[in-house]
Design a protein. Structure first.
Length: 190
């Protein structure tokens, strides 16, 4: 099994491509060791001690190293864990059991029903134009709400904490949404 790696715009994050599907649908972001307990793979990666974030995309795993950690030392350990996991065809998530449950999805802002058509346009643009581009960089952007012209988005994976994420939001996503949806006045990260 060959696992390819790619750099991301976030220097603390590397994108690992195992050559197979990681998530059949959706994405999953793990920002703490406690969240990672839901997945044997994420848990093992956090267990290295130098990992501060794990993100599962459709066909990749993004791993974020702690500040000051040199990827030359961490990368072989991450590759070994990924190789063992995917070679053994282990489950990506633990089954819910007594004392353990999969965390519920984060609540979004309640959108005004009068804005339903605008919200649908925003979500469509994010799904068709923004998310594929962001996935190429090892992350994801999730719609969280629309209120009085402001669009709220959550950045995940390599995008969370990336030095260029503000520029991506303001110069890329905000301009795109404002162009196609004139009711949008601003985009904010939550």
């Amino acid at each position: 099994m060959l696992i390819e790696t790619e750099p991301t715009p976030n220097p603390a994050t590397l994108k690992f491509l195992p050559g197979q599907t990681v998530m059949d649908a959706g994405t999953r972001d793990f920002a703490t060791p406690e969240e990672a307990e839901a997945s044997p793979l994420a848990d093992a990666l956090f267990g290295l001690g130098d990992v501060t974030g794990v993100f599962f995309g459709r066909d990749f795993v993004s791993v974020t190293a702690a500040p000051g950690v040199d990827w030359r030392g961490l990368k072989p350990d991450v590759l070994a864990i990924l190789m063992d996991h995917f070679s053994a065809q282990m489950p990506l998530f633990r089954a819910p059991s007594a004392g353990f449950s999969v965390p519920a999805a984060e609540e979004a802002f309640a959108d005004d029903p009068a804005d339903a058509e605008i919200v649908e346009q925003i979500k469509d643009l994010i799904d068709t134009r923004v998310r594929p581009a962001v996935a190429n960089d090892g992350g994801d952007i999730v719609y969280r709400g629309f209120d009085k012209g402001k669009v709220f988005l959550r950045m995940q994976g390599a995008c969370a904490g990336c030095p260029s994420s503000t520029a991506t939001l303001k110069n890329g996503i905000e301009q795109l949404l404002r162009y196609y949806v004139p009711e949008v006045t601003e985009v904010r990260a939550v």
